[in-house]
Design a protein around this ligand. Structure first.
Ligand SMILES: CC(C)(COP(=O)(O)OP(=O)(O)OC[C@H]1O[C@@H](n2cnc3c(N)ncnc32)[C@H](O)[C@@H]1OP(=O)(O)O)[C@@H](O)C(=O)NCCC(=O)NCCS
Length: 190
């Protein structure tokens, strides 16, 4: 018996509810229609929402209360944590790491492991049409502007303006996608 199907595409949420018994896609996940997960046994999705037509690669984790919009591409090995809100038509490269705690600690003062009561989630926003290059890290609390382009390997520590190209550690302005002729219109905005 084939334990994991080779590819999976949603027609409606009920299909996922049935299929998740053999897949690490929790009941608490809210998936739109035509969400495409090519290696459904190799993702970890729980308590998040994913918009219509979004594609999710292998070894992607999306945590509870994270939001991914419609028609996004989430490439393999990326981590989208609680507190991250990604709008429609966003490209997330391979191995992109979001964060949600600027000063993380394993334990609290008395030596016990921290629980959710011991720290608070910092939010991060990625606006419509933005792209984040492979292996970039986004420090919590920032907003990546609409159609902005984050270079591969960047560490984003500050807000990125709409249409900006940034790269490096820490990420600094390199240019403007409109000057480079990169597409900045979408089906709804066009
Ligand atoms: C950031 C990016 C868009 C810049 O492209 P570009 O405008 O063609 O930039 P250039 O190649 O002209 O480089 C301009 C300068 O920025 C530097 N640079 C380019 N990309 C960089 C990066 N990711 N990190 C650090 N510096 C970078 C170049 O070394 C060059 O520096 P120099 O002038 O001192 O030589 C591109 O390099 C990039 O990282 N794209 C993302 C790729 C990716 O992750 N795709 C995912 C799907 S596979």
């Amino acid at each position: 018996m084939l334990r994991y199907p080779c590819a999976f595409r949603t027609e409606n949420a009920n299909e996922y509810n049935a299929a998740q018994r053999i897949m690490p896609i929790a009941d608490s996940t809210r998936l739109g229609t035509n969400v495409e997960i090519r290696q459904p046994g190799l993702v970890n999705l729980y308590g998040c929402s994913v918009g219509d037509g979004t594609r999710i690669g292998a070894f992607v984790e999306i945590q509870k209360n994270a939001v991914v919009g419609a028609r996004c591409k989430i490439s393999s090995h990326s981590f989208i944590c609680e507190g991250v809100v990604i709008e429609d038509e966003v490209f997330i490269g391979h191995g992109v790491m979001f964060t949600n705690d600027r000063f993380p600690r394993a334990t609290s003062g008395d030596g016990r492991l921290q629980t959710e009561a011991d720290w608070s989630v910092e939010r991060t926003f990625v606006k419509r049409g933005a792209s984040i290059g492979s292996n970039a890290t986004v420090i919590s609390g920032v907003t990546v502007g609409a159609y902005a382009l984050i270079g591969a390997g960047a560490v984003v520590t500050r807000d990125v303006p709409d249409y900006a190209v940034v790269a490096g550690v820490p990420a600094r302005a390199l240019g403007d996608v409109r000057v480079r002729g990169v597409a900045t219109t979408t089906t709804e905005a066009a």
